[in-house]
Write a new protein. Structure first.
Length: 263
């Protein structure tokens, strides 16, 4: 059956404002389609809010459609968190290229950063650590690159003539490169959804085991308060024993917003 598939549909919700206005106009496609032609919205990270927004903007009636959730738990990706001294110290990335004497010594890696400025700094830092003969193995990609540059950078990384690619948000979707061994996120991304999208670029081949490493400042998880939950245990004579159970609040700092997590 003929149908239209809108992949990475969360962009309709997340990018449809000032950043990429065209995404907010995807609903106009419906006016050109017969009523019996289905529209499929697919993505790996669809929170309830995003699902509701996508349904609204694509004019999908929940009563006349179905929602298939296969989950996004990738058992062949190992997740890890490491602490870094600060957001301007790129030395925690050194292990990617240290002691590299030949092309195969550099793992097939995507390094995600949150800004173009960080991309430039990380790219320069990694290249300086390599002998001149291997410096071309580190490349970068962001939305400001020309169409030709983007195409060349992706083709070289796909063919493994470039081993390490430093990227911004543009690298989190639609790369479809199956043999990425390692994904690094330098600094806390804007949201958990962003991290899941980026980490999911590792180990596209289910036969391989990939790694996803989140590099964050130690202060990202810091104690901001202690509350006490009181429990009362009655005794036989009507008296009570009161126990205090401490619960710690942890605060997660992000570049653009503060998210509160309780443990």
């Amino acid at each position: 059956m003929l149908g239209y598939i809108i992949d990475e549909a969360h962009c309709i919700s997340q990018w449809g404002g000032d950043f990429r206005p065209a995404y907010s106009q995807v609903d106009q496609l419906r006016s050109f389609l017969p009523l019996n032609i289905p529209v499929y919205a697919t993505l790996a990270t669809m929170t309830p809010n995003v699902l509701a927004d996508v349904r609204s903007k694509l004019h999908i009636d929940s009563a006349k459609s179905f929602h298939l959730n296969l989950g996004n738990d990738r058992l062949n990706i190992t997740h890890e968190v490491r602490y870094i001294p600060n957001s301007k110290d790129y030395s925690p990335l050194n292990f990617l290229v240290s002691n590299a004497k030949r092309l195969e010594d550099i793992p097939r890696t995507l390094v995600f950063v949150n800004t173009v400025k960080e991309l430039q700094a990380a790219h320069r830092h990694l290249r300086k650590l390599l002998p001149e003969s291997l410096q071309a193995q580190v490349n970068f990609l962001n939305s400001r690159c020309s169409v030709r540059t983007k195409k060349t950078a992706l083709q070289r990384f796909r063919e493994a003539t470039t081993r390490l690619l430093v990227v911004t948000e543009i690298g989190g979707m639609g790369l479809d490169i199956p043999d990425v061994e390692l994904v690094i996120q330098f600094g806390v991304p804007k949201s958990l959804t962003n991290w899941m999208q980026r980490a999911g670029q590792a180990a596209g081949l289910h036969s391989m085991q990939g790694r996803a490493i989140l590099l964050v400042k130690a202060s990202v998880l810091r104690k901001v308060g202690v509350s006490v939950v009181v429990k009362e245990e009655p005794l036989s004579d009507g008296e009570c024993v009161v126990e205090g159970e401490k619960k710690t609040d942890l605060e997660l700092e992000t570049p653009e917003e503060d998210l509160q997590f309780k443990k």
